[in-house]
Design a protein around this ligand. Structure first.
Ligand code: GLA
Length: 704
C-alpha cells in the first residue's frame, strides 16, 4: 500500500515500511526503512548540518537525500551527475509533485518486474537547469519487496549524464556490514562478508556483463545477523550489463548505498526532450536474518521476474552432450545417448556446442549457424526428427552474440565485430563480440532463430555468451550493447514464447535479474563438481531461487576438479536445482540408478522449485531444506565433506515445518513431530568416506 499523509509518503509491505519525507527546505529525504513503525513518524532526517557555519546556512550534508545529485551542498557520492551546456556540473533538485498509480509502469527497452500493485512516481525538479527526475517506487506486499528506479528528463537543453544510479538508500550507522557474492569462472557467487568503515566500499563489473566476479546482489546488515535472526536489507538490480554498487560510510557514520549502471566508462548524451531510464533496483528488508531475505527474493523472482508462462511450469529433465562428448561427436553417438536417456526417463536431449560451421574446436565458426554436415549429415532437422521420434524433446545450443575471425560471417562482415583500429583484436576464448548496437546485427541474430525455431522441432535453447566485452568504441557503449541485447531478446521471446530458453555465460557469468526476465533458468556454473557446487548453489541462493539454478549430474572423476564423488552425492546436490544430466551414459557405471533418481526428483521438484528454501548449515556438513508452501512436505539435503572418525554427527535443526504436525521420513514408518525436528533437530547418518550425502523427504501425517 502507498499513502501520502501530510509531508510523508508511506510505502508499506506486509512487514515493512519505507518512508519518504518532504522536508522544510522542499527536499525529498528518506525518513525510514525497516520493520513497520505504525505511522508515528518523528522528523529525524536532518540531524546534523555541521557544514553550516551561520544559523541561516542550509546544507544537504547530513540529510538522507533520497536521490542525491552532485555539485551543491551534499559532498557524498551522488546518484546523479551531469554536465550542463555551459560546462557546469552543479545541479540541485527539489520536490515538485507526485502521483500514485494502480499499477507499475514497464520500462521502454529494459526488462523489469511485472506489476504487483500500486506504484508511486515522485517528480524532482532541478532549481538551476531544465532537468526533471522521476523516481518510481513499486510495492510487492506479500514478499516485502520494494522496486525503485529513476528516469531523467532533459526538458530544456542537451545534457551529458555521467552517473545515473537506479537508487540510493540511506541507512543508520548500525548497518556497517556488507554481504556480497564474489568469484570467478567455475567459482561463481561464493558468499563474502565485510565490515564497513569510513570511506567507500564498491562492488561491480566493467566487463559489459553482470560477470562471474561480483554479482549485482549485496546485503547490508547489523552486527549479529545470522540465517535466522537480525536485520538485513538485501539489494539487487534488474540489469545484465556493467553494474556497480557503492556503499559510502560518511563522516557521521551514516551509510549511503547506491546501485545501478556502473558510472565507470559510462556517458549518455541526452538531447533536449529526451528521457533516460535507469534499470530497476530491488530491495527487501528482513528482521529474520539472511534466510528470510532470500525467501523474500525467491518469492518475488518466482512471481514477478521469471516469465509468467514458465514461473510455475514443469521444466523437463534434460541430458546435455557437452561434458559427454565436447566437440567430438557423430549423429550416431548423440542418438545412442538419447536412446539410453529415453529408456531411463530423461525428457529432453540438448545438443551443445560444435554442431555448426566447421566447429571441431573453439577457434572457429561462431556466426555460421549452418549444420556441421560431417557430424550431422542430415542437419539439425535430421537429428531433431530422430530424437522427437523417440518421444523426447530436442534442444540446441547457440552463442548468438559472438563471431569467430575464422567464419564466413566475419569474412562477409568484418565491421560487425567490436575491435579497435590499429590494435590487435583482443580475443576471449578465440572469439570476438558482435556489435549488438547495430540494427543489421540485431536483425541477423533474430533471423538465425527464425530459421531454427519456426518449425517447432526445437523446444529448448541454451543461449551462451563466453567472453566479456573489450575494445568498446566509446563511453557508454556497454549500456548501449546491453540495450541492443535486450532489443534482440524482446523480439525473439515475443515470437517464440513456447520455447524454453536457458541462459549461460561461461557457466554462471551472467546470472542476474535482467536475464531472468527472459530465461527462466540459467546454467549456474561450468563447475559440476558436487562439492564445489554446494558453495556455488549456497551463494546463489542468497539472491536467486532454486527454480532458476540449472544443476547437472556429471561423470566422476569430475572434469573441473578431478574429485571422485559417488553417483548418490552427485545426484543429491543436483536435485536441489533445475535438474539434468551431462554425461556419456554409455560410460556411467551407476547409470541404472538414474531411473530411481528421476522418480525421486519428480517427487520433490514442486517442493524445491516452488517452496520455501532454508540454508541450515554450511560447514563440514552442508545442509539445505525446501518446504512446500503449505508446510505439508519437505525435502532435506545433508552432505558431509570430509570424513571424521570417532565422532557423533551433530543434529541439524530443520525449519519451516508445522510444530504440531507429525512428519514421516522417506515413506517409512519413522516419524517425528515438526517441533522435534525444529528444536532437537535431525541427525544425519552418512556412509563412511568423504563427500557422502543423505536426502530426506518428509510428509505430514494426514488426519483420517
Ligand atoms: C560454455 C558453457 C558450457 C558449454 C560450453 C560450450 O563454457 O558454460 O556449458 O556450453 O560453453 O562451448
Amino acid at each position: 500500500m502507498i499513502r501520502k499523509t501530510e509531508n510523508y509518503f508511506i510505502l508499506e509491505t506486509k512487514n515493512t515500511q519505507y518512508i519518504l519525507e518532504i522536508d522544510a527546505e522542499n527536499k525529498l529525504v528518506q525518513n525510514y526503512y525497516g520493520a513497520k513503525i505504525n505511522d508515528y513518524i518523528p522528523n529525524r532526517s536532518h540531524v546534523c548540518s555541521f557544514f553550516c557555519v551561520e544559523k541561516n546556512e542550509k546544507s544537504d550534508e547530513g540529510k538522507n537525500i533520497e536521490y542525491p545529485t552532485f555539485g551543491h551542498t551534499d559532498f557524498r557520492t551522488p546518484a546523479f551527475s551531469c554536465e550542463l551546456p555551459d560546462g557546469s556540473c552543479v545541479t540541485d533538485f527539489e520536490y515538485s509533485d507526485y502521483k500514485i498509480l494502480d499499477k507499475k509502469r514497464s520500462l521502454e527497452i529494459m526488462p523489469c518486474a511485472r506489476s504487483g500493485g500500486e506504484s508511486l512516481i515522485i517528480t524532482l525538479k532541478c532549481k538551476n537547469a531544465p532537468i526533471r527526475i522521476e523516481l518510481m517506487y513499486a510495492v510487492y506486499e506479500d514478499c516485502d519487496v520494494i522496486v525503485k528506479n529513476a528516469a531523467i528528463f532533459a526538458d530544456g537543453e542537451d545534457i551529458l549524464i555521467d552517473t545515473a544510479f537506479s537508487q540510493s538508500l540511506s541507512l543508520s550507522p548500525e548497518y556497517d556490514n556488507v554481504c556480497y557474492l564474489a568469484g570467478a569462472w567455475a567459482r561463481e557467487r561464493h558468499v563474502q562478508h565485510q565490515k564497513l568503515g569510513y570511506g567507500i566500499f564498491e562492488i561491480g563489473e566493467a566487463r559489459g556483463t553482470s560477470g562471474h566476479n561480483l554479482n549485482p546482489f549485496f546485503a547490508l546488515y547489523k552486527n549479529g545477523a545470522t540465517e535466522t535472526c537480525g536485520e538485513v536489507i538485501g539489494v539487487n538490480l534488474i540489469y545484465s550489463g556493467s553494474h556497480a554498487a557503492k556503499i559510502e560510510t560518511d563522516r557521521f557514520g551514516g551509510v549511503r548505498a547506491l546501485n545501478g549502471i556502473n558510472p565507470f566508462n559510462f556517458r549518455k548524451k541526452l538531447n533536449k526532450g529526451e528521457k533516460f531510464e535507469t534499470p530497476e533496483a530491488v530491495l527487501t528488508y528482513s528482521a529474520q536474518g539472511f534466510g528470510k531475505m532470500s525467501r523474500n527474493f525467491h518469492d518475488f523472482i518466482n512471481e514477478y521476474i521469471i516469465p509468467a508462462k514458465w514461473a510455475k511450469k514443469e521444466r523437463p529433465v534434460l541430458i546435455n552432450n557437452w561434458e559427454a562428448t565436447y566437440f567430438s561427436f557423430t549423429e550416431e553417438k548423440l542418438l545412442e545417448i538419447a536412446r539410453m536417456a529415453k529408456e531411463l526417463g530423461i525428457e529432453l536431449f540438448v545438443l551443445d556446442d560444435g554442431w555448426f560451421g566447421k566447429r571441431d574446436l573453439d577457434n572457429c565458426s561462431l556466426g555460421d549457424w549452418t549444420p556441421h554436415l560431417k557430424k550431422l549429415p542430415k542437419g539439425i532437422d535430421g537429428i531433431a526428427d530422430k530424437v522427437l521420434e523417440k518421444g523426447m524433446k530436442f534442444g540446441l545450443w547457440f552463442e548468438p552474440e559472438m563471431i569467430s575471425e575464422d567464419s564466413d560471417l566475419f569474412r562477409a562482415h568484418p565491421d560487425w565485430a567490436i575491435v579497435t583500429d590499429n590494435l590487435t583484436p583482443s580475443k576471449g576464448r578465440c572469439q570476438l563480440v558482435l556489435d549488438l548496437t547495430r540494427s543489421d546485427v540485431q536483425d541477423f541474430i533474430v533471423s538465425v532463430f527464425d530459421r531454427y525455431l519456426v518449425g517447432g522441432k526445437i523446444s529448448y535453447v541454451k543461449w551462451d555468451m563466453n567472453r566479456y566485452l573489450s575494445d568498446v568504441p566509446r563511453k557508454g557503449y556497454c549500456h548501449e550493447y546491453t540495450l541492443g541485447l535486450y532489443s534482440v531478446l524482446n523480439r525473439i521471446f515475443k515470437k517464440y514464447p513456447d520455447v524454453l530458453f536457458e541462459g549461460c555465460s561461461g557457466g554462471g557469468g551472467r546470472f542476474d535479474l535482467g536475464m531472468l526476465c527472459y530465461f527462466p533458468q540459467i546454467w549456474t556454473s561450468d563447475d559440476t563438481d558436487a562439492v564445489e557446487r554446494l558453495k556455488i548453489q549456497n551463494g546463489t541462493s542468497f539472491a536467486y531461487p532454486l527454480s532458476c539454478m540449472s544443476a547437472h549430474v556429471t561423470i566422476t572423476p569430475n572434469h573441473q576438479t578431478g574429485r571422485v564423488c559417488d553417483m548418490d552425492t552427485r545426484f543429491a546436490v543436483a536435485c536441489f536445482g533445475v535438474f539434468g544430466y551431462e554425461l556419456d551414459l554409455a560410460k556411467e557405471p551407476e547409470r541404472e540408478k538414474i531411473k530411481t533418481q528421476i522418480e525421486f526428483y519428480k517427487q520433490i521438484k514442486e517442493i524445491t522449485l516452488q517452496g520455501d528454501f532454508y540454508r541450515l548449515s554450511d560447514g563440514n556438513v552442508f545442509s539445505f531444506q525446501a518446504v512446500s508452501k503449505d508446510k505439508s512436505e519437505s525435502a532435506v539435503l545433508f552432505v558431509k565433506q570430509l570424513s571424521v572418525p570417532n565422532v557423533i554427527e551433530k543434529a541439524v535443526r530443520l525449519q519451516g515445518l508445522k510444530e504440531d504436525s507429525i512428519y514421516f521420513v522417506n515413506g517409512s514408518g519413522v516419524s517425528f513431530s515438526g517441533a522435534d525436528l525444529m528444536n532437537r533437530g535431525f541427525t544425519p547418518e552418512f556412509a563412511q568416506g568423504d563427500y557422502k550425502a543423505q536426502l530426506l523427504v518428509l510428509k505430514e501425517k494426514k488426519e483420517k
